[in-house]
Design a protein around this ligand. Structure first.
Ligand SMILES: [Ca+2]
Ligand SMILES: [Ca+2]
Ligand SMILES: [Ca+2]
Ligand SMILES: [Ca+2]
Length: 414
């Protein structure tokens, strides 16, 4: 089970130090005193309480909750007794009043009871150890790709979760593929995807094994979004089927060839990236085993591609680009196109009934997944395959049996 605590995150562009608060808190409990979180006064940018250091409320040994002693720097002696998980506000509009020290609207443990700053598209809560404000995650569908808030504890400042994964849609078993004018000639920009909806990759594949991959260390769990949060889009035109995958991944790994495993020699299957599944002839209920029209292709964050256990990809069959997003190595995008003749397993543009050439209403088997390789906790330089999340769970033996794939339907062509 992976919980991406801040200490696990490899890149922490702007972690603000609250070590003072973290270290002092348990000591205070041992002493049986209740200090009004004066350690916060040491934080840069938190002004106005500098004179409060060393003051406290409540007498030692009284459970730490009394208000009978000095109430703090504000001199609010004789203030009310505050209950458990409360603090006596030391200044501002709430001076002398008790407020929760686990409430964002009162700044968690902030002795002045000022609300936590909540940057755009962030979910802010109270750190259970330090009682400081902390960014706990991004709002659904957003990511902190420039890494300026995702690890913030204490003072929270930045542009928030500035990156939108787009308009998120949900599809039960069949996804509509809109006709669109997409190009890879723009270097992986996504402006050409316009308002095409995105779909979340949130489904684990229970007890699934893919013999072309090292076994996932957390195969049946869904990582928290600050560990992995990924989405995809699809589109088509007369020549190609297009996919766009985008992910927030707290630790980007693009060097799969460094993994000591024979299945990783090409790199692509053993790197952060996506896997596209296609049943080109849409015949998976009668022909569930992988044949030439059944496509499983890794699209690595680096742009590398690989088709396991079948003929290597030919020139032009799949073209893929991998680009970083946001400059903090926390997000990446893969844009790729699949030749329709490759999908339909036809040559010389020979028509295939209801499959090729592509037309509105035609259906194909389809699924999409994201692969996450992150550092081993005990060995930060060693990466392991931790999880794979799907649009739809394709079922056990998905590398041998295509019958669990979902479907996609072409729409929107003029
Ligand atoms: Ca940001
Ligand atoms: Ca991750
Ligand atoms: Ca098939
Ligand atoms: Ca990763």
């Amino acid at each position: 089970m992976r919980i991406a605590s801040p200490s696990k995150l490899r890149r922490r562009p702007r972690v603000r130090s609250t070590l003072g608060a973290r270290a002092v808190w348990p000591i205070l409990l041992v002493l049986g005193c209740f200090f009004e979180l004066e350690p916060l006064a040491e934080l840069p940018g938190v002004g106005g309480v500098g004179g409060a250091a060393g003051s406290f409320s409540g007498a030692a040994g009284d459970g730490g909750l009394g208000g009978g002693g000095k109430a703090g720097a504000g001199g609010t002696s004789g203030g009310p007794e505050c209950g458990p998980d409360q603090k006596l506000c030391q200044g501002g509009e709430l001076a002398g009043q008790c407020r929760s020290n686990t409430a964002v609207e009162f700044g968690c443990g902030d002795s002045l009871c000022r609300p936590c700053n909540v940057p755009a598209n962030t979910i802010v809560g109270c750190n259970v150890d330090s009682r400081s404000c902390e960014v706990q995650r991004c709002a659904p569908g957003f990511a902190d790709c420039d890494g300026d808030v995702i690890n913030d504890v204490g003072e929270i400042a930045g542009n928030g979760c500035e990156y939108s994964f787009g308009t998120i849609q949900v599809a039960a078993t069949t996804i509509d593929v809109p006709f669109a004018s997409i190009t890879l000639e723009d270097g992986g920009e996504r402006g050409d995807w316009g308002a095409i909806p995105a779909y979340a990759l949130k489904a684990p594949c229970q007890d699934c094994l893919d013999s072309s991959l090292p076994e996932a260390t957390a195969p049946n769990s869904i990582p928290v979004p600050r560990d992995l949060d990924a989405y995809f889009r699809v589109a088509w035109d007369r020549d190609f089927f297009y996919v766009l995958g985008e992910a927030f991944d707290n630790s980007l790994f693009e060097n799969g060839q460094s993994v000591q495993d024979g299945r990783c020699q090409t790199g692509a299957p053993c790197e952060d990236g996506f896997t596209v599944f296609l049943d080109g002839r849409n015949d998976r209920q009668t022909q569930p085993s992988f044949r030439s029209d059944d496509i499983r292709v890794f699209l690595a964050a680096s742009g590398k591609t690989f088709r396991p256990e079948q003929a290597p990809l030919g020139t032009g069959e799949v073209t893929s680009l991998g680009v970083p997003i946001g400059g903090a190595e926390l997000c990446y995008r893969v844009e790729a196109k699949f030749d329709w003749q490759f999908i339909a397993a036809t040559q010389g543009a020979q028509p295939v009934d209801a499959i090729f050439p592509p037309e509105n209403g035609q259906q194909y088997g389809f699924d999409f997944s994201v692969n996450d390789w992150d550092p081993v906790v005990s060995s930060p330089d060693v990466f392991e395959r931790q999880s794979q999340l799907f649009w739809l769970s394709p079922g056990t033996n998905y590398n041998h049996n295509t019958s669990g794939f979902g479907a996609m339907k072409l729409v929107g062509a003029p």
